[in-house]
Design a protein around this ligand. Structure first.
Ligand code: BTN
Length: 273
């Protein structure tokens, strides 16, 4: 298939100096890379192994959605590790990963205005989704014991080939750059950024300033589905724990979980500070 990567090539993205991405394990086809990365964590040397697949038969997204991706076009991978993160910073793990993905993508596609749409989507300047993350964590005695992070990046999948239900709201790095992207190089860059970002969070260095500078929602009028209700208001930035601040009719609220259901204006009313 055109654009397919030789399986042995994926090891070029591994680096023994990292915890995350020390080893890369490639599967032509798998159920979900998240499940394999979680299983690898229980194996000797499996912590931080990057599990990559060309096809997922049970790829999943947030909120139980299916994650679809044509064979060999995109970057689909997961890593599982045991983060040593202070409890007050656990809520920032997802954005740490999102920023790593954003930075790695921006290093190859610098002029697309790549940003973060809370909670952890990577979007282009128009809000079209380029990458999504699925973060699954396990707690022990109230502390973060393990994290399984799955990342799907639309790499060489043109919007003209996407199903109608997503082609208007998603795009890909190839579409933004105007030429195909080497998925192995991209994986190496994401793993570098992820390993660096995870270590920084463990040291207590928060990514909040960078997140606020990359906050695509800031100033926009929107509706957020909290799982219990839908709140409307203007996005007012990101709180210190990673929550979305929303200026709703009844006043300012901080949302720790939720999903942006609608964005009413395409241009922010205020520029992020
Ligand atoms: C989202 O809903 O935005 C999150 C999508 C996450 C998809 C990735 S693809 C690799 C990994 N394996 C999965 O089953 N899901 C994640």
């Amino acid at each position: 298939m055109p654009g397919m990567t030789d399986p042995a090539e994926w090891s070029r993205a591994a680096d023994p100096r990292r915890v995350i991405g020390r080893v890369v394990e490639f599967h032509p086809e798998i159920g979900s890379t998240n499940d394999r990365a979680r299983a690898a964590l229980a194996e000797p040397g499996g912590e931080g192994r990057a599990v990559v697949a060309d096809v997922q038969t049970a790829g999943r997204g947030r909120r139980g959605r299916t994650w679809i991706s044509p064979a060999g076009a995109n970057l689909l991978f997961s890593v599982a590790w045991r983060p040593n993160v202070a409890p007050r910073l656990v809520g920032l793990l997802g954005v740490t990963v999102a920023l790593a993905v954003r930075d790695a993508c921006a290093s190859l596609v610098p002029d697309a205005g790549l940003a973060i749409r809370w909670p952890n989507d990577v979007v282009d300047v128009s809000g079209r989704k380029v990458a999504g993350l699925l973060v699954e964590t396990a707690l022990e005695r109230g502390e973060l014991a393990e994290a399984v992070v799955g990342i799907g990046i639309n790499v060489n999948w043109l919007p003209t080939a996407m199903p109608a239900e997503i082609s208007g709201s998603a795009t890909s790095l190839q579409a933004l750059l105007g030429e195909p992207i080497d998925r192995v190089i991209l994986l190496g860059r994401v793993l570098d950024a992820l390993d660096t970002g995870a270590h920084a969070l463990e040291r207590g260095d928060t990514p909040l300033a960078r997140l606020r500078a990359a906050d695509w929602l800031h100033g926009r009028q929107l509706a957020v589905d909290t799982g219990e209700t839908t709140l409307t208001g203007r996005a007012a930035g990101i709180a210190d724990d990673g929550s979305l601040l929303l200026d709703a009719e009844a006043g300012r609220v901080a949302l720790s979980v939720g999903e942006v259901a609608r964005v009413h204006d395409s241009l922010p009313a205020a520029v992020p500070e």
